[in-house]
Ligand binder design. Structure first.
Ligand SMILES: *Cc1c(COP(=O)(O)O)cnc(C)c1O
Length: 395
């Protein structure tokens, strides 16, 4: 018996059984085709069964699927880390791999906290955003701000939450700079907290204040990385000290994530004293299948000008939604390859999944958000269909 995620098992509707998938389409056991408008939790950026990705993983499987990184290394992880080091902005050169986004955020926080321990700096507090989501493990729940998880904590310690306003940021630094260890954000687009979008100016100011007070800046780009905001990485615009990537890293083929540190953080652990070392090591970090497919994914992203595809998606979304209005809708937000139609009353989204499925679109609204984050390979006609079904729901 499978225990499904985020569900009351007693009342959940049976999930759609997928028997095949190709491009943007999911095929169910009943022979229906649905466009996956949310890329399997935002990860399948090249669509399903992409020949180049499938080839990469098969070729590696013929050599070996996995060896641990404890005392061993291999070509696939070396090539991927070299690629990331040269492809990512600034001095983000030091790649620590793990098996999921949550663990990679844990690693980022552990790095930031131990960075201060190593330099005998007592500051431990994390500054993060209201409505932030950083994963489902305990420390990530603690720094996140999702009321569904508050059962796990009484009063949260070690974290301060602020809104995405520059004034709130400045006040937090004025008041708390003598306890702040790091600032952790989902840059520009807060995903699971409700597809909230905010301004680059906030991040620029965060960078300045972090420099001024010697506080580390961490970008959780597990969701935003690889073009989703319309920037390749938000880190291209504002350079963090630590960058976390997941979800689309492997093109959605297999779970993997990476925490990438800049020079300053790496130096904080480097030395003759073994007690300065980072004490972490997920069993499947640097998995060879994951690294091979991640490298192939990056090569596709670069070689086939994905940023142009994403900009085209933004244009189509703007064009299709510009005349849209419904009294039920509070706001339509579009950024890069993401659209969110926020309703006033979340009850107005009940039944949407079935409505869309009947029309050949797989969707999964949450909170008061009806949203789409399609694979970047989606054709214009298919994207128009995803948006038309959204509009039709409110007609
Ligand atoms: C999904 C997500 C995570 C968690 O990643 P998992 O692979 O599900 O553990 C962390 N941060 C952000 C911003 C995410 O969207």
């Amino acid at each position: 018996m499978i225990w499904y995620p985020y569900e009351q098992m007693k009342t959940m509707k049976p999930p759609y059984e997928i028997v095949d998938a190709e491009g943007v389409y999911l095929y169910t056991g009943d022979g229906e085709a649905m466009i996956d408008s949310i890329s399997s939790w935002w990860s399948v950026i090249h669509g399903y069964k992409h020949p180049a990705l499938t080839r990469a993983i098969k070729e590696q499987a013929d050599v070996f699927s996995h060896v641990m990184l404890g005392g061993l290394t291999h070509k696939a992880v070396q090539k991927l880390s070299d690629k990331l080091a040269s492809w990512l902005p600034g001095d983000l050169n030091y790649c620590f791999f793990s098996d999921s986004g949550s663990v990679a955020v844990e690693v980022a926080l552990k790095m930031a906290l131990q960075f201060n321990v190593n330099r005998k700096d007592g500051r431990k507090t994390v500054l993060s955003l209201t409505h932030s989501y950083h994963g489902d493990t305990f420390k990530t729940m603690e720094v996140g701000d999702d009321e569904d998880y508050h059962f796990a904590f009484g009063e949260k310690k070690g974290v301060i939450h602020i809104d995405t306003q520059i004034r709130a940021l400045e006040e937090a630094f004025e008041k708390h700079h003598d306890e702040l260890n790091c600032v952790l954000v989902e840059p520009l687009l807060q995903g699971a907290g409700g597809m909230r979008m905010y301004d680059l100016a906030f991040l620029r100011r965060a960078r300045q204040l972090c420099d001024q007070y010697d506080v580390l800046l961490i970008f959780d780009e597990v969701a935003t990385g690889f073009g989703r905001t319309g920037y390749r990485f938000v880190a291209d615009k504002v350079l963090p000290d630590i960058l976390v990537l997941g979800k689309a890293l492997t093109g959605g083929y297999i779970g993997h994530a990476v925490t990438v540190a800049g020079e300053k953080v790496y130096r904080g652990f480097y030395g003759d004293d073994s007690s300065l070392a980072l004490m972490h090591g997920p069993t499947f970090m640097g998995n060879a299948l994951a690294c091979s497919v991640a490298l192939a994914s990056i090569e596709l992203f670069e070689g086939q000008n994905y940023m142009a595809k994403i900009h085209r998606m933004t244009e189509v979304m703007r064009r299709e939604m510009c005349a849209f209005f419904s009294p039920k809708v509070r706001e339509v937000r579009i950024m890069g390859g993401c659209i969110c139609v926020e309703v006033n009353d979340r009850a107005d989204l009940v039944g949407y999944q079935e409505f869309a499925a009947k029309r050949g679109v797989f969707a999964r609204p949450f909170l008061n958000c009806l949203y789409a984050m399609p694979p970047y390979v989606i054709g214009e006609e298919e994207l128009v269909k995803v948006l038309s079904v959204m509009k039709e729901w409110f007609a």
